[in-house]
Design a protein. Structure first.
Length: 229
């Protein structure tokens, strides 16, 4: 049975995801670059919107399931909320780890939004007054916003695509193979977007800032995780 603690954390997670996936600034189309990358990677801003909606829908089903199992008046809703007659929604250690990963990933992304200010757009763009930011999380890795995204996806996967979630207990991903496949594809796509864009951003920043960027890249050689990549 779902618990109030799990439902509360699911809501917190959905809010975090929403904040982390909402563009802080619009993307000026004329200032875009790296438009030659694969279309499936170019549409990251659209995927973020789909991603937001999907997490809210899963969260809504978890909330409704909890209410239907807690309040007898709403129990007639149960057949519409679960295709499994005996679901076991629960708060697991993996779920808690996932919530923490989402919270940390969101914090990193929001800090990047603030550090870059008007320079941060979801499409790759150059601002007329673009500056090289090397403080805060940018002092440890060159592309911390993608670090946040990777942690966000890993956390959501651990929370919604493992045993004990609505998707795997009541919804369409009750097969552990299908859940693992969705998680793998989701995470690989996120990593591919990060790698493709990190390389393009490095080239663009090197063009714009020359020696200043090269000095920064020497002191901060890692893209996403210090000592890893």
């Amino acid at each position: 049975m779902s618990s109030a603690i799990r439902v509360s954390l699911v809501i917190v997670q959905a809010v975090c995801n929403h904040l982390a996936c909402t563009p802080p600034n619009p993307s000026p189309s004329r200032a875009r670059y790296h438009t030659e990358e694969l279309y499936i990677l170019q549409i990251a801003p659209l995927i973020f919107k789909v991603h937001q909606a999907t997490i809210w829908i899963c969260s809504a089903f978890e909330i409704l399931f909890y209410m239907a199992t807690t309040f007898p008046l709403l129990s007639p809703l149960l057949p519409f909320l679960s295709i499994n007659p005996q679901p076991h929604i629960q708060t697991t250690p993996l779920f808690i780890i996932g919530v923490l990963a989402v919270a940390l990933g969101t914090y990193i992304r929001l800090d990047c939004f603030q550090a870059l200010g008007p320079f941060f757009t979801f499409d790759l763009t150059v601002h007329p007054q673009h500056a090289l930011i090397t403080s805060r999380f940018y002092a440890f890795v060159r592309h911390p916003a993608y670090t946040g995204s990777i942690m966000l996806i890993a956390g959501l996967g651990l929370s919604h695509l493992t045993d004990g979630s609505w998707l795997t207990e009541c919804g369409p991903l009750q097969s552990s193979v299908s859940a693992a496949l969705v998680l793998a594809l989701w995470w690989i796509w996120t990593l591919c977007v990060g790698v493709s864009r990190a390389g393009a951003e490095d080239k663009q920043m090197q063009k714009l800032f020359g020696v200043e960027w090269e000095t920064y890249a020497t002191h901060v050689p890692w893209w996403f995780f210090p000592g890893v990549i």
